[in-house]
Design a protein around this ligand. Structure first.
Ligand code: PMP
Length: 356
C-alpha cells in the first residue's frame, strides 16, 4: 500500500549543501556571504517584530516591491517578490514552461532547475557547455525555429562562475521571442552584467535576483523577478494559487532596509571580490586550474588529485567545500569565497591534503 501519488516516485528533489552544526567549521560549501547583514537590516527586523506580528503581512509586498523597483529603475508593476529566488524560479517554471515542449537548459547549471522540471512535468533538453565550460551561444542559436518551452540561463552560471555579457543574453532573448528567457542572477552583483536593462525592450525576458548572496541574507529568504507586467501578473496568479503571503513581515521589513544601505552592501561585496581574486591566484599556485569567476565562489580542479577525495580530506580538517558527482564536473571543487581568514584556513588545509 502507498499513500503517495505515482507522481511522487518520479520526483528528483534538489539536495541543498550541508548545514552541519560543527564547531570551528570553515563553511565554504553553499555560497553564503561570510559577513553579517547590514545593522540597519537587523534594526528593521527588530522593529517589525515589535509591531503588528498579529496581523498578516501585505500579500503583495508593495513597500518592498517599491524599494526593489527604485533600485533597478523600473516601475513597481515590473517587480515580483517571493520566498527566496528558488520560490520565484519554481513559480516562473510553472507559469511559463509547462508548454508541452522541452525547456532548454545548459547541461551544467543550477541543479534545482531539473528538480522543478520533474515536479512540474516539464521536459528538458540539455544544451552542452563548450569545452571551456562556457554557455554555448551557437548551440542555443541552432534551436531557432524549433518548438521549445523557453530557456533558463544562470548568469553567472553555477557552479562554474562564468558569466555571459549582456549582449549575449540579448541575442538569446531574440532566438525564441515567443518564449520566456529566464536569467537567474543570483550571483550577478559579484561582477557580471545584469540583464534587467533588457526587460524594457524584450517582453520575454524575466530576470531573477536574490538577497541571499551579495546582501548576506540567505536566512531571510527574499528573492524577486524583474519583467514586464504580463509576466509579473502571471507569476502573481500562480503565487496566489499557492501561497498569498510568501514573505512575512520580518522579511519584508529587513529586505527594504537592505536596499537602503548601499554603502554597506558595496563595502562587503568589494571585500568578497577582492578575496576571490587572491584566492584564485593562490589556488593556481597550489597547481589548481581555476575557471574565471564573476561569482562569490570559484570552480577549481587539480590535475592529479581526485576532487571527491580532496573534498573528503578537507572535511576531515573541518573545511567544507562542495563537490558534485556529476558528469563533466566531477573533478572540480566549488569553493565559496569566505573572509580572508577563512580563505587562509582553506589554503593551509588544501596544502596539507595535497602533501598527504
Ligand atoms: N540560483 C542559483 C544559481 C543559486 O545557486 C541559488 C542558491 N542555491 C539560488 C538561485 C537560490 O537562492 P535563494 O533561494 O536563496 O534566493
Amino acid at each position: 500500500m502507498s499513500f503517495t501519488s505515482p507522481h511522487l516516485a518520479a520526483l528528483a528533489p534538489y539536495t541543498p549543501g550541508e548545514q552541519p552544526a560543527i564547531e570551528g567549521l570553515v563553511k565554504l560549501n553553499t555560497n553564503e556571504n561570510p559577513y553579517p547583514p547590514s545593522p540597519r537590516v537587523l534594526a528593521a527586523i527588530d522593529g517589525a517584530a515589535r509591531a503588528g506580528l498579529q496581523l498578516y503581512p501585505d500579500p503583495e509586498s508593495r513597500a518592498l516591491r517599491g524599494a526593489i523597483a527604485r533600485h533597478h529603475g523600473v516601475a513597481p508593476d515590473h517587480v515580483f517578490v517571493g520566498n527566496g529566488s528558488d520560490e520565484v524560479l519554481a513559480l516562473a517554471f510553472d507559469a511559463f514552461f509547462r508548454q508541452g515542449q522541452p525547456l532548454l537548459l545548459p547541461d551544467v547549471s543550477y541543479s534545482f532547475y531539473q528538480s522543478v522540471c520533474r515536479w512540474l512535468d516539464v521536459a528538458v533538453r540539455q544544451v552542452p557547455l563548450d569545452e571551456g565550460l562556457r554557455v554555448d551561444l551557437a548551440a542555443f542559436e541552432a534551436t531557432r525555429g524549433q518548438n521549445v518551452a523557453g530557456m533558463v540561463i544562470a548568469n553567472p552560471n553555477a557552479p562554474t562562475g562564468i558569466a555571459l555579457p549582456r549582449g549575449a543574453l540579448e541575442r538569446l532573448a531574440q532566438i525564441h521571442p515567443q518564449r520566456v528567457l529566464l536569467v537567474d542572477e543570483a550571483y550577478v552583483d559579484f561582477g557580471a552584467e545584469s540583464a534587467t536593462t533588457l526587460v524594457a525592450r524584450h517582453p520575454n525576458v524575466l530576470v531573477v535576483q536574490t538577497l541571499s548572496k551579495s546582501r548576506a541574507l540567505a536566512g531571510l529568504r527574499v528573492g524577486w523577478a524583474i519583467g514586464q507586467p504580463p509576466l509579473v501578473d502571471a507569476l502573481t496568479r500562480v503565487k496566489n494559487s499557492f501561497n498569498a503571503y510568501p514573505l512575512d513581515r520580518l522579511a519584508q521589513a529587513g529586505a527594504i532596509a537592505a536596499f537602503e544601505d548601499q554603502a554597506y552592501f558595496e563595502r562587503q561585496r568589494d571585500a568578497v571580490v577582492h578575496c576571490r581574486e587572491g584566492l584564485l591566484l593562490q589556488l593556481e599556485d597550489l597547481g589548481f586550474a581555476v575557471l574565471p569567476s564573476q561569482a562569490n565562489f570559484v570552480f577549481a580542479r587539480h590535475p592529479v588529485h581526485d576532487a571527491a577525495q580532496l573534498a573528503a580530506a578537507l572535511r576531515a580538517r573541518k573545511v567544507l567545500v562542495r563537490h558534485f558527482a556529476q558528469p563533466r564536473i566531477d573533478q572540480y571543487l566549488r569553493i565559496s569565497v569566505g573572509t580572508p581568514a577563512q580563505c587562509e584556513q582553506l589554503l593551509q588545509a588544501l596544502a596539507a591534503c595535497l602533501q598527504g
